[in-house]
Structure formats: C-alpha cells, structure tokens
Design a protein around this ligand. Structure first.
Ligand SMILES: Cc1cc2nc3c(=O)[nH]c(=O)nc-3n(C[C@H](O)[C@H](O)[C@H](O)COP(=O)(O)OP(=O)(O)OC[C@H]3O[C@@H](n4cnc5c(N)ncnc54)[C@H](O)[C@@H]3O)c2cc1C
Length: 483
C-alpha cells in the first residue's frame, strides 16, 4: 500500500461502474486533517445546497441562513467584508498571490464561451470562472491546526496527543463514556474517560470506521467481521458521496506553468523566492484558478453543477507522457452526484484499512454529467484566447471523441476530488438512514456526537473544507448549549 506524506494510504475497492478500477483515496493522517494537506481552496457551495439539507434530508436548522453566520464567524477574509464575508474569525482566507498569465487567458476563454468572470464564488453568485480564495493568511496555509489549535495551545483544559490512534469508543449501557487509544504500534491501550461527551471527528471515512470497530453500526455487518454489536445503527458507513474528477491535459506553447520547477535549479529558486518575497510556486496552491458552470447550458440546473480546477502544470496528474514544453491541466467534476457508496470494515482489527466503496457512477446520470463536464473543459482549452498558451490537447487526446471513448478514458484516469461526506448522515431520528440528529448527537446512545464532514447529508456543490469548518463552528454552539 503506497502512502503519501501525511496520508493513510487507502484505496477504493474495485469500482464496478468504472470497469473495476481501484482508485487511490488519499485521506489525511496529520494534525489538522485534510486542511493541513489540501489544495487550500476556499469554497462554500450555494444556498440551495443547505436549504436542501433541510427540505430533502430533514436536517432542521441547517438551511443557508442558519449556516451563513458560521461561515462568517470562522472567516478572517483579507479581501471581502459584506453580507457573505467577515474578517474577525480565526481562519485566514485570501486571494492567491502567485497566479500566472495563463490564468487570465483561461478567464477570457470562458468569456468567449459565454461564461462570465466571477471575483467571488462564495458571494452573490457561484457562476463563472475566476480565482478561488485560499485558506491562507499572509501567504501561509491556514489549516484548522494553525488557525484554531495553535493560538490556544497553552490552555490548561487542552491536551493534544500526537501519534495516537483512537481504537474504539467505550460504551457502557446506553452511554459512551470514553475512548481507547494507542500511542505507537504494540503499545498498551490507554483509556480516556469523558466527563461529559465524546466528540468523534475522524472524518467521513475515519468516523464510521471508528464507530463500527467500537460495535456501533449495522449489526449484520459488524457480526460478519467479528465485532461485538453494542448498538445497531444501520446508517453508519452508508450514504458515502464524493466528487469524481476527470481532467484534460494540454501541452503549452512554452514555459507557461509551474512544470519547470520539477527541475532542481528551478526548485531551488522557488524556495528562495518564497523565503524572500513570499511569492512563486511555493506560495501557490497550483489549483487556485477555477470556476463553476453548467453541464448542460440549455437545460440549466438550479445552480452550476460542474466545477473546474485549472492545474498549473501537468505532472500533477498521473498518466501523462513527458512533453517538450510545460503542460496545463483542467480538472472537472460533476457536483451533485446521485451515486451512493459505503465504508465498511475489512476486519475487526483497528489497524486494517477500511473497505471504501464510493460506488462512482452507479447512477448512470453521474456518468452522463461527468462526461459533459469533461467535454466542456476540453472546449474551454480550445478557445481562441488559449491559443497563445496551449499547443495541443494531450489527454484525453483528439482521437477520443465519442461518449464511449470518453467513458473508457474516465475508467483509466478518473480520480477522487477528496470530498467524501455523508457516512454519519444528519437527519431526523425517525429516519432509519440517520446517524446523528441535527444537534449532531448520535442516535440511540448518550454522551456522543459526531462533528465532521461525515454528518453532511449531501455533498455541497463545492470543495468540502469550508463546509466542514462551518459544521464544526455550529457544532460547537450545539455542544455548548447556545443553540
Ligand atoms: C488531498 C486533499 C485535497 C483537498 N483539497 C481541498 C481543497 O482544496 N479545498 C477544500 O475545501 N477541501 C479540500 N479537501 C477536502 C477537505 O480537506 C476535507 O473535506 C476536510 O478536511 C474534512 O475534514 P474532516 O475533519 O471531516 O476530516 P479529516 O480532515 O479527514 O480529519 C480527520 C482527522 O482524524 C484523524 N483520524 C481518523 N481516524 C482516527 C483515529 N482512529 N484515531 C486518531 N485520529 C484519527 C485523521 O488522521 C485526520 O487527521 C481535500 C482533501 C484532501 C485529502
């Protein structure tokens, strides 16, 4: 199993609807979770995403007007302040400081296709192409660890245990009373007892995994892997959703992206540039340019359903042959997938990797929309404004034109956008699919809440870091009894 820096090294199970391909599924294994390793894109989705959490999923109290104050509370925005933005929170949010001229050409290409420029995807409208704001403050990553934990690290009621894995939550009668942890391989488990509540925040894969290895989850599955059932809660580990990413890679007409920094002397200069001027590729997220548009421009969806990420290089994605000049990548993802998957245990051993099945494209609608998004990305890169920068498409390649060709391409190259959510779904206690109620309390047990991306009943139409931080901000108010 290959593991990237700070990652668990997980993979999906063979994806039935992608010709049984196994996809790498990076999830952070580091303090601050994904916010410490992600591309730092700061996006929130659209009001309808949250309003549907209420109207379609029964997550009362989580409509857009309920959650907007928590997005703003979190935010220390270095550019905007208005109905949508604030600057008094801990989370640094700022505009990218190292875009390249090719980004501006990409905006013009959009305009040539009728897609407007948008200066703020989290404001009045999400439509258009533009720069993402980043979770950065003064050119430094603003992870949840840096933004939230570091400033309070000397509080007497806070202990941070690094290199420590929670192996189970401890259930006594109908109450969760603590957690068992291990510090390093083979060490004796340590039991930490809770005075009030246990808050599970292990992410959309880690939280259902931890709960199931504690005996909380679908009873038949737990029995099948030899875990003693403590509490039968069928929804745990179901309802897994993710954004599946397809991409176009093109060769540039010259050194127009950051690819050249793969060479040691350019890389050394990049380091010096960052140290001296806080600029250049080190300060870049490489994906700070993107946007939102419609898979189908005639039958427009209720809000954009395709997201773009312009990757300022080609080595970013696997599977591209070496090119003479630098390359550019345009990633695209369908934002409101109907496919649902699962997280299950492979064994009762907490150290074992989970069985991770996003079940991509099990709903054929997602495949149709994904391929439309790929075609749109291709069209953007072919606009006249791009000709100054783009020589030719390399992947999928001009020979691949039919839907079937592009399906084959997707089966070989699709990847996760790293947005898993939904596996401890929030909803009414009366709904058998619900895992937590809208105050994030786990249904059927006392003394436990789940607060992370897993509670989102549906994936919002965006990247998922800012929505997760919003869930945590609102969750804090629930825990403190303020709402
Ligand atoms: C490579 C990558 C790029 C991304 N890019 C972006 C982006 O640019 N913009 C954006 O908005 N979103 C992005 N995301 C998604 C975003 O980072 C996540 O949605 C967000 O971090 C989810 O937060 P979480 O707290 O739910 O889970 P996580 O961030 O996964 O945090 C869970 C934490 O719990 C720990 N954990 C799990 N199990 C245990 C256990 N048993 N014991 C102890 N600790 C445990 C994990 O190690 C991890 O540190 C990206 C994610 C990844 C992985």
């Amino acid at each position: 199993m290959t593991k990237g820096i700070g990652s668990w090294g997980w993979h999906t199970v063979p994806q039935k609807h992608l010709q049984n391909r196994v996809l790498r599924f990076t999830q952070a294994k580091v303090i601050g979770g994904g916010s410490s390793i992600n591309a730092q894109l700061y996006t929130r989705g659209v009001p309808a995403d949250y309003d549907e959490w209420v109207s379609e999923e029964g997550s009362t109290g989580w409509g857009y007007e309920d959650v907007l104050p928590y997005f703003k509370k979190a935010e220390n925005n270095q550019r905007f302040v208005n109905r949508f933005h604030g600057y008094q929170g801990p989370l640094g949010v700022s505009n990218p400081i190292s875009p390249l001229p090719i980004c501006e050409a990409y905006f013009q290409a959009g305009q040539e296709l009728g897609i407007p420029f948008n200066p703020d995807f989290n404001g009045q409208t999400q439509e258009g192409l533009g720069y993402y704001q980043l979770t950065q403050f003064n050119a430094r990553r603003s992870s949840t660890s840096i933004a939230y934990l570091k400033p309070i690290s000397d509080r007497p009621n806070l202990s941070v245990m690094l290199n420590t894995m929670a192996t189970r939550v401890i259930v006594e009668s109908d109450r969760v009373v603590g957690v068992e942890v291990v510090q390093g391989r083979g060490s004796t488990p340590l039991v930490l007892r809770a005075q009030r509540e246990v808050i599970v925040s292990s992410g959309a894969i880690g939280s259902p995994k931890l709960l199931m290895q504690s005996g909380i989850g679908p009873a038949d599955h737990l029995r099948a892997v030899g875990v003693k059932v403590q509490h039968d809660l069928p929804g745990i580990g179901s309802n897994l959703q993710d954004h599946l990413d397809l991409f176009v890679i093109a060769e540039c007409t010259g050194d127009h992206t950051y690819d050249k920094y793969n060479q040691p002397h350019h890389a050394a200069w990049a380091g010096i540039q960052y140290l001296l001027f806080k600029k250049g590729p080190v300060a870049s997220s490489l994906f700070e340019t993107g946007g939102f548009w419609y898979a189908d421009c005639v039958e427009k969806a209720r809000s954009p359903d395709i997201q773009f990420h312009l990757g300022l290089g080609s080595g970013i994605e696997a599977g591209v042959a070496k090119m003479q000049n630098s390359g550019v990548t345009l990633n695209t993802a369908y934002l409101r997938p109907r496919s649902r998957g699962t997280v299950r245990l492979s064994s009762s051993d907490p150290a074992a990797a989970p069985l991770l099945d996003p079940n991509y494209w099990s709903d054929p609608h997602d495949r149709v929309m994904g391929i439309k998004g790929l075609r749109l990305a291709r069209e953007i890169l072919q606009q006249p404004a791009m000709r100054r920068y783009v020589k030719a498409e390399v992947l999928p390649g001009s020979d691949l034109t039919s839907d079937e060709d592009l399906f084959q391409y997707a089966c070989n190259h699709a990847k996760t956008d790293h947005h898993p959510v939904g596996t401890c779904k929030m909803g009414p206690a009366s709904d058998v699919r619900s895992v937590v109620t809208p105050d994030l309390k786990l249904i059927g047990l006392e003394g436990i809440r789940v607060v992370d991306a897993s509670v989102m009943p549906r994936v919002p139409s965006c990247n998922t870091n800012a929505p997760t931080i919003m869930v945590a901000e609102k969750g804090a108010d629930h825990i403190l009894g303020r709402i």
